[in-house]
Design a protein around this ligand. Structure first.
Ligand code: NAP
Length: 250
């Protein structure tokens, strides 16, 4: 991807998204720092530097998504890289280790509205943002879409040998990431003919608000694989699903 490329990272005001935006901006790309709270996005963009521009973007709010697409269209006329990073893992502010938190998030017992809220951001939000940005992605030479998924979304790993911990923590978040994997494949199939590649990426277990800062990787490290896939030249084959450990099975 050339360093003149235009990128949008959703949920880039903190956590892994912030560091993806920072790593792309450091390569010279122009990066839109998506943030549902504009002031947080502006603070993040200021920290990153001149290549970063804050943009208000709530992935569950169609008017916000449409306004963001209109602005990028007006300012640049195209978008080279879309990184669907915004995500949530829990409802409210449950404390304690992930193994405890997931007890209130199992598929057979979690309140349906909690599961819907998780899917609204992690799945429907990605579809809505991607559909709105597609006309701009089509205006780019060889655009790519990176969906920040998770290894916990792999059913093969969950049900396979060594998957005890994944089975223990399988709840609405894991299920939403599996749905995200499915829509990644759907997008890749639909866009293949147009030369737009679509990728799922697992950042690894990273210390962020998403897991009450219990992750083991630093945020800079967690951003590495999404940024690598976004910048890869030539692009990875479409419908890739990778982490720094290599390719994951769906
Ligand atoms: P984080 O620090 O909590 O960041 C999540 C980001 O998403 C925040 O900027 C948050 O905005 C934003 N967001 C949430 N709902 C949104 C909405 N409706 N519209 C726009 N932005 C929204 O967590 P993170 O760990 O960096 O998560 C980034 C991605 O990595 C997620 O997709 C997550 O599932 C994935 N992931 C993380 C890990 C890990 O171990 N941390 C592992 C695998 C995958 P606010 O600041 O306004 O809340």
């Amino acid at each position: 991807m050339p360093n003149t490329a235009i990128a949008l990272v959703t949920g880039a005001n903190q956590g892994i998204g912030f560091h993806i935006a920072q790593q792309l901006a450091a390569k010279g790309l122009t990066v839109f720092v998506g943030s549902r709270n504009l002031a947080n996005g502006e603070a993040a963009a200021k920290d990153i530097g001149a290549n970063a521009h804050a943009i208000q973007l709530d992935v569950t709010d169609q008017a916000s998504i449409d306004a963001a697409a209109a602005r990028i269209g007006k300012e640049f006329g195209h978008l080279d890289i879309l990184i669907n990073n915004a995500g949530i893992s829990k409802i409210g502010n449950p404390q304690g280790p992930i193994e405890e938190i997931v007890k209130g998030a199992r598929i057979t017992t979690a309140p349906l509205d909690h599961i819907r809220t998780i899917y609204d951001t992690n799945v429907f939000g990605v579809i809505a943002v991607t559909q709105a940005m597609l006309p701009l992605l089509r205006e780019a030479k060889a655009a790519r879409i990176v969906n920040v998924s998770s290894g916990v979304g792999s059913l093969t790993r969950t049900l396979g040998e060594g998957g005890e911990h994944l089975r223990q923590i399988f709840g609405m978040y894991s299920a939403s990431k599996n749905a995200l994997n499915a829509i990644t494949v759907g997008m890749a199939l639909d866009l293949q003919k147009e030369g737009i590649t679509v990728h799922a990426v697992c950042p690894g277990y990273t210390k962020t608000a998403l897991n009450n800062f219990q992750g083991t990787k630093a945020v800079e490290e967690g951003a590495r694989e999404p940024a690598r896939v976004a910048l890869a030249n030539p692009p990875l084959p479409t419908a890739s699903y990778t982490s720094t450990e290599g390719t994951f099975p769906w």
